[in-house]
Design a protein around this ligand. Structure first.
Ligand SMILES: O=C(O)CCC(=O)C(=O)O
Length: 289
C-alpha cells in the first residue's frame, strides 16, 4: 500500500514503514507440526493464507448478511458482498444483543458447522500439544464504515484470566470476507508476546475507556512508538486464517470501505486446563466478558 493514513477508533495512524510491516506467512509449514509450533512460539502468531475453503467462507458471509432487514445492504448488492447502504434501519437492536442478527447467528447451525471444521480443531491440538476443545463463547465482529468502532490494543489473556494465566490457549481469527486494512483488519504488534505486562502498563492510563483496565490503548501510533515496535498487517482474504497466542498485543483498524468487516474469533484450550467461566456460554455483546 502507498503511504497514507489509516485510523483505529477514530485516531489516525500513518501507514509508514516505521509503524507498519508485513505479517510472515506460515501456510507452508502446515505439514510440519514441529516447525509450526516453533513458528508460533517465535512470532506469537501464524498467518495462514488460503487454508480455508473460500467459497464456504463467502457462503457464511452471505448467510449472515441475509439476516438483515431491507435497507441495510446497498441496493442490488448480494448479501455475500456485504456492502453497507450507509443506513442502519430503525428498530435494529444494538449490535450483538438478543434480537440482533449477530446474536442469532453465533447460535445458528450454519455457524456451528463452520467452526466445527476439523482443520481448526486439528490445528489447535497440534499447537496445544494435546487434546483440546473450543470454548463456547465465539465472537462475531461486524463493523461498518462510520461506526467509529474497532478493537483497542489488548492481549487476550487480560480477558481470560479468571482461573489462571495459563498460556494453553490459542485464538483463531477468521476474516469472513476479504479484509484489507481499510476494511478494518486485525494488526499485531511485532514480537509483543515476549513483553512483560509492566512494559505496556503505562499506556493503560490514557486509554479512552477509563475504568476498564483491560484494553492497553485505543491509540495505535502511541502504542507502537512507546514500545518501539511495528504493527504487522496483511491484505486478508476470505479463506485466510490467523492463529495467535494469548500474550500478543493486537488491535483492529477502522472500517472505511463500503464493504463491511465481518470476522469470527474462536478459542481452543486444553481439556486438562480449567477454563475461564466467562467463556463457557455463547457470546452476547452485553455479556460483560
Ligand atoms: O476482530 C477484532 O477486531 C478483534 C479480534 C480479537 O481481538 C481476537 O481475535 O483476539
Amino acid at each position: 500500500m502507498p503511504e497514507s493514513t489509516l485510523h483505529s477508533n477514530g485516531v489516525p495512524i500513518v501507514f509508514s514503514p516505521d509503524l507498519f510491516g508485513p505479517l510472515r506467512a506460515s501456510e507452508g509449514l502446515l505439514d510440519d507440526p514441529q516447525a509450526l509450533c516453533e513458528r508460533l512460539r517465535t512470532d506469537g502468531y501464524l498467518y495462514l493464507p488460503g487454508v480455508l475453503d473460500r467459497a464456504e467462507v463467502l457462503r457464511l458471509r452471505g448467510a449472515y448478511f441475509s439476516l438483515f432487514p431491507d435497507g441495510y445492504l446497498a441496493d442490488g448488492a448480494r448479501p455475500e458482498a456485504g456492502v453497507f447502504s450507509g443506513c442502519v434501519p430503525a428498530g435494529l437492536p444494538e449490535y450483538g444483543i438478543a434480537g440482533h442478527p449477530a446474536h442469532t447467528f453465533v447460535r445458528s447451525a450454519a455457524f456451528q458447522r463452520f467452526v466445527d471444521d476439523p482443520l481448526l480443531a486439528g490445528l489447535a491440538e497440534t499447537l496445544l500439544g494435546g487434546s483440546a476443545w473450543m470454548l463456547p463463547r465465539r465472537i462475531l465482529r461486524h463493523f461498518h464504515r462510520g461506526s467509529g468502532r474497532a478493537s483497542r490494543a489488548h492481549v487476550d489473556l487480560d480477558y481470560m484470566n479468571a482461573t489462571s494465566r495459563s498460556p494453553r490457549v490459542v485464538t483463531m481469527w477468521i476474516p469472513v470476507g476479504d479484509c484489507p486494512p481499510r476494511t478494518g483488519s486485525l494488526v499485531y504488534l511485532e514480537g509483543s508476546h515476549t513483553l512483560e505486562p509492566e512494559e505496556y502498563a503505562p499506556l493503560r492510563d490514557t486509554v479512552d475507556r477509563p475504568g476498564d483496565r483491560r484494553p492497553i490503548s485505543h491509540d495505535l501510533e502511541l502504542t507502537a512508538r512507546h514500545l518501539g515496535r511495528r504493527w504487522l498487517w496483511a491484505d486478508f482474504a476470505a479463506g485466510d486464517l490467523m492463529v495467535h497466542v494469548p500474550q500478543i498485543v493486537h488491535a483492529s483498524l477502522d472500517t472505511t470501505t463500503d464493504a463491511m468487516r465481518l470476522s469470527a474469533d474462536i478459542r481452543f484450550v486444553r481439556f486438562d486446563d480449567v477454563p475461564d467461566p466467562r467463556w463457557l456460554a455463547p457470546w452476547s455483546a452485553d455479556d460483560g466478558a
